[in-house]
Design a protein around this ligand. Sequence first.
Ligand SMILES: NC(=O)C1=CN([C@@H]2O[C@H](COP(=O)(O)OP(=O)(O)OC[C@H]3O[C@@H](n4cnc5c(N)ncnc54)[C@H](OP(=O)(O)O)[C@@H]3O)[C@@H](O)[C@H]2O)C=CC1
Ligand SMILES: O=C(O)C(=O)[C@@H](O)[C@H](O)C(=O)CO
Length: 279
Amino acid sequence: MARIPTYDLNDGTTLPAIGFGTYPLRGEDGTAAMVSALEAGYRMLDTAVNYENEAEVGEALRRSSLPRDEVVVASKIPGRHHAYDAAIASVRGSLERLGVERTDLHLIHWPNPSQGTYVEAWRALVQLQRDGLVRSIGVSNFTEEHLTRIIDDTGVVPAVNQVELHPRFPQAGMREVHARLGVRTEAWSPMGKRRAPLEERAVADAADAHGVSPGQVILRWHVQLGSLPIPKSADPQRQRENLDVFGFELSDEEVDAISGLAEDDGRLFGGDPDTHEER
Ligand SMILES: NC(=O)C1=CN([C@@H]2O[C@H](COP(=O)(O)OP(=O)(O)OC[C@H]3O[C@@H](n4cnc5c(N)ncnc54)[C@H](OP(=O)(O)O)[C@@H]3O)[C@@H](O)[C@H]2O)C=CC1
Ligand SMILES: O=C(O)C(=O)[C@@H](O)[C@H](O)C(=O)CO
């Protein structure tokens, strides 16, 4: 099985260059899909309180028989748990459902700026990291303004910001912000989900040129942008295919052509972090 390269984080730890998205995998079929992903070689599972599948993630981990320290378990605090004590309780609840003593990455799922409490959730994550209940801490769907606010408040820079990022929404601006601050860019809906541009010329031509699938081209594009994608697939064959992106390289022109698929408002469901409210 090919080893997945790793990214260094600003807290001295590492993450695999590709992770596995677990939404909306649930129940016995969901657990089976996660076990199959671990068997395929994924070493990072992305879940969240709101996915209601943390128990399945924990079960898949145990069924895989992999050593605990070989798999990155990542979860997220929902909007309704932003207050300091609620955020601490949220992480403890995740640990219980996952059946682990520590998560390896814990994120604030959305900033919900109208609530005005994401700074409290960040203070809680900083404390939980000090207490050893979470390894790395980060955020999701934060803008530059939200990042600046939590960094100014605590002096702690998130290790990761998980943002919407795919060829129709390449996030050049946020990638620059992350590079400047030392935050790793993680990409949700990395294929573009139901709007995956699998048949667009830029993707299809590169797939033909390199003898790979369109999905592999999109994930390789992420790798070359320095983005950490977390594709979801319930299909064992596509799970394996999505990991097999380290044996070819796109040219600069191919990368630019795929970035050129950007649309003015390429977001999949209009999830603008300044206005989206996630419970
Ligand atoms: N932080 C946040 O706010 C958010 C985080 N997320 C996270 O990101 C993860 C991934 O995002 P998601 O929205 O699922 O979108 P993806 O871009 O990962 O797309 C998933 C879809 O693409 C299909 N697919 C996967 N691989 C291929 C391939 N090689 N060729 C063709 N089709 C393929 C899957 O079908 P099939 O299963 O049949 O293979 C599925 O329908 C989620 O699971 C979740 O963990 C998602 C949204 C928001
Ligand atoms: O899947 C996620 O992680 C999401 O954040 C989104 O699905 C979001 O929670 C949502 O509600 C989309 O309507």
